[in-house]
Design a protein around this ligand. Sequence first.
Ligand code: ADP
Ligand code: MG
Length: 358
Amino acid sequence: MLRKVNVTHPFWTKVTMIQEIKTGQSLTDLGEFGLIDLIARKVRPSSAVTIGIGDDAAAFQWRANCLALATTDMLLEGVHFDLSFCDPFRLGRKALAVNLSDIAAMGGRPRTFLLSLAIPKNFSIDFLNDFSSGLLEIAEEFGVTLIGGDTCVSHSGLVISITLYGEQEKQKVTQRSTARPGESIFVTGYLGDSALGLKLLREGQRKGDVIDRHLDPTPRVHEGLALAEAGLTCSMIDISDGLLSDLGHITGRSAMGARLYLNRIPLSREYSEYFGSDIHERYSLALGGGEDYELLFTAPTYRKCEIEVLFRKFGTPVSEIGEITAVPGIRLLSPEGETVHGIAAGYDHFLPRHGMKS
Ligand code: ADP
Ligand code: MG
């Protein structure tokens, strides 16, 4: 029998982990993060690694006082994109954007990347041409260069995998594990737009701001770098799996908890107009929907003004949405100060809730 336990572990504290792995166990029992933990536990610590498995990017010594950052993300047909409504140029942009977002979350400067493709035999050359144009357009926008990759045939849909490298001075790299009680929690942009965009696309709609946000997200590279350069953040992550799930990675890895105020969660006009006033309906995608690629970070409350000034320069919204607590767990508070229960947690590739990401 499986025994599920909530344990404190250097990598994952939020997830329910399986104590003992026996043959015949299913991935739906273990979940994505349980599986990563299973692999991570077998890795022997090495002096060559400064930050290993468990953060947005790994880090290792690069030059004197400078760390190299490395991150990798895959986009799979049928999981991350649907060929019936994705446009190849924007798919190219998104493939790199999701990786740029991870380097941004470390406060890093992205530099070079590798591109690996697995392609069905009769796939459209026009599609791949537009895809690579979009990819190289965003690469130029953020000053990163393609340095190699791998290409092979796929027997089950298009697979895109990118590994991105960046750099940052050791003391400026921002991690998930360094949040402390009393710090304010901030988030950039608006939440839930990407998940709403995907919902509308599936319903047949093809145009609109939230659809653009889903198909062509903006990685907050300049903002993440500026925060790190100014030493304004104590911990940081990007929101790829949903606010609650990704905040759970900060609180979990920092062995902390958090209080979130629902009425401070930033919602765009299009999102607000779509949903009614029912609290569960209104906040479910903003808290549990993935792929917003906004930055979530903690900082001392007294630095709020400096943070707001910095974000004004970029024209990017930033909101203070809660605080870190010493008590574990994430508590959601309604405008009346009551604890809210039952809002969806976030994306896990192997748990039964989802068909396609978001
Ligand atoms: P993100 O959402 O920031 O891309 P993930 O949730 O995908 O991060 O991964 C969390 C951590 O687990 C990262 O440090 C990532 O490098 C690591 N990881 C994910 N899959 C594997 C794997 N198959 N083997 C080793 N490490 C992995
Ligand atoms: Mg990330």
